[in-house]
Design a protein around this ligand. Sequence first.
Ligand code: DC
Length: 251
Amino acid sequence: MDATLRGVVAVDGPSGTGKSTTARGLAMRLDARYLDTGAMYRAATLAVLRSGLSLDLAATTAEGHDDVVAVVLGARLELSTDPAEPRVRLDGEDVGAEIRGTAVTGAVSAVSALTAVRAHLVSEQRRIVAEALADGTGIVVEGRDIGTVVVPDAGLKIFLTASALVRAGRRDAENTAAGRVGAPDTQADLARRDTLDSSRAASPLRPAEDAVEVDTSTLDIDGVLDRLQGLAEDRDMIVGFADAGVGSHKG
Ligand code: DC
């Protein structure tokens, strides 16, 4: 039997630290579900952009705020939690590519700072996690507030970090690979989003007290996954054997 995850692994950290690659890779390796909560904030932001409502008004007037929140609450978001095919649909349309574009990336911090938006998406996220656990499946959840707010009793909480230079380089490579020319995701833009995400009043980005910090600057993906799998094994979250003779035999 292969090594299989039980319970929840929370993967938090700023942009460009390798959260998606890591969380998805871990879910694939350990036969678990995968939830990208950033994709939910991005799809909600796309709904707001498509509505034509002003984000400036949402931040400054009660009516503007309520209109934006109503759009998010009315949007139908569907996420597949299959790490081999993590699709995102907005009102039935596959928006996986569009939510990574510059328009959404530029607006997502403003939408994700709204408390009512967060409350709505957090309850959706908890529902998805509960569904996976009820099926007897483990789940790897990535975001900014997973270990602190969404699943504070997660069996393993990881806070990924990487140097500013490495993070900007990864984001540039992603943009180039996706053909996004002139995308503003340089070091300055990452710093701007970090500041917004860390200083907002609602669930700011910060490591949970019991999170394990993993610096990915000098590790390749297999190195990061080996580290996380080892931490999950230490916490008895793996059933089946992990590697010949050394892994746990609990299943
Ligand atoms: O991980 P990402 O870059 O796709 O996330 C997009 C934005 O969503 C990011 O600027 C912060 C926000 N976000 C959040 O506030 N809480 C989460 N759990 C996930 C993402």
